[in-house]
Write a protein that binds this ligand. Structure first.
Ligand code: DON
Length: 303
């Protein structure tokens, strides 16, 4: 299979795409990003790496960070984590408050904002935010094999200044006894984790721990690899998860910075990035590119 040619073809067709979507505006620092950018990179299980387009430009990974914090939390708490957060698709927008009221402060899954706040709250308990963010960066850097991965403080501050909705979710969970730290402390830590910046290439490399097998590097257990992939497939794109599974057929996690991490189990970690989003807050061209990539390679978890 000529991976380089597949990526070049996809990049060329994305450059010509008529509708690139809309950048996220509710985090002001993200509103000024040029939507006309596209990058794609694949890190194969055998160690080969192929990249195309703007694959070496840094972007805000936002909700993709939820995959890394979940990996830390599963390592630390195992099955106990599921007492505080569910593992069912939500069918609701990523920042919905509605469902949380019905379900008495137990979020549906660890990838919607409420669920990710619980995960961050769990790994934060008994530690300073600086320690937890340090541990997270060590994990991401080790996974990527690259020390040059950092938090963009301007993005973290921008979201802190406009984070009322996440604060509301956190306070609501605190009212239901499902929060261990002060909402402002957990939210502050969460805004910083979301503000990690990476290039598309770094993200593809960082995702290798989810491929499974020897390339996973022993960062998490094989059982956790399978479980995180299952959650990415069912919940990684919020109320667009079914559509992503139908079109791409591989587990994926999106972020409002326009990145998507896609895993082809046993084969590769794939990262795509284009800042314009669709109506569910997932990258418009990133989704299309992942679909074209899955078609071109024939890769799918469904056979
Ligand atoms: O909490 C938020 O709203 C953002 N920091 C992250 C949301 C996000 O990336 C949703 N993904 N598509």
């Amino acid at each position: 299979m000529d991976h380089a040619a597949i990526l070049e073809r996809i990049t060329a067709s994305m450059r010509a795409a008529p509708d690139v979507g809309e950048v996220a505006r509710y985090i002001p620092e993200l509103a000024s990003v040029d939507p006309n950018q596209f990058g794609i990179c694949i890190a194969l299980a055998d160690g080969q790496v192929f990249a195309s387009g703007d694959a070496d430009r840094r972007f805000s990974i936002q909700s993709i960070s939820k995959v890394f914090t979940l990996a830390l939390a599963l390592g630390r708490f195992g099955e106990r984590l599921w007492q505080r957060v569910g593992r069912e698709p939500s069918g609701q927008p990523f920042n919905s408050i509605l469902q949380l009221e019905h379900e008495k402060g137990i979020p549906r899954n660890p990838f919607i904002n409420a669920g990710a706040l619980v995960v961050t709250d769990a790994i934060l308990a008994g530690h300073a935010p600086r320690e937890v963010l340090g541990e997270l960066l060590r994990f991401v850097r080790a996974a990527a094999g690259d020390e040059d991965i950092h938090i963009d403080e301007a993005v973290a501050r921008s979201e802190t200044d406009h984070g009322d909705r996440n604060m509301a979710l956190a306070h609501f969970m605190a009212a239901h006894g499902n929060f261990e730290n002060r909402p402002a402390l957990t939210c502050g830590t969460y805004f910083h984790q979301c503000a990690i910046e990476m290039t598309t290439r770094q993200l593809a490399l960082a995702g290798r721990f989810l491929i499974g097998g020897p390339r996973s590097g022993g960062l998490i257990s094989p059982a956790s690899v399978r479980r995180i992939n299952a959650l990415m497939l069912t919940c990684g794109h919020y109320d667009g998860s079914g559509d992503f599974a139908y079109r791409v057929g591989l587990p994926g996690k999106s972020g409002v910075g326009g990145g998507i991490l896609v895993i082809a189990p046993g084969r590769a970690s794939i990262a795509v990035w284009s800042p314009g989003l669709n109506q569910h807050g997932n990258s418009q061209l990133g989704t299309l590119a992942a679909e074209r990539f899955a078609q071109a390679t024939g890769w799918s978890v469904f056979g």
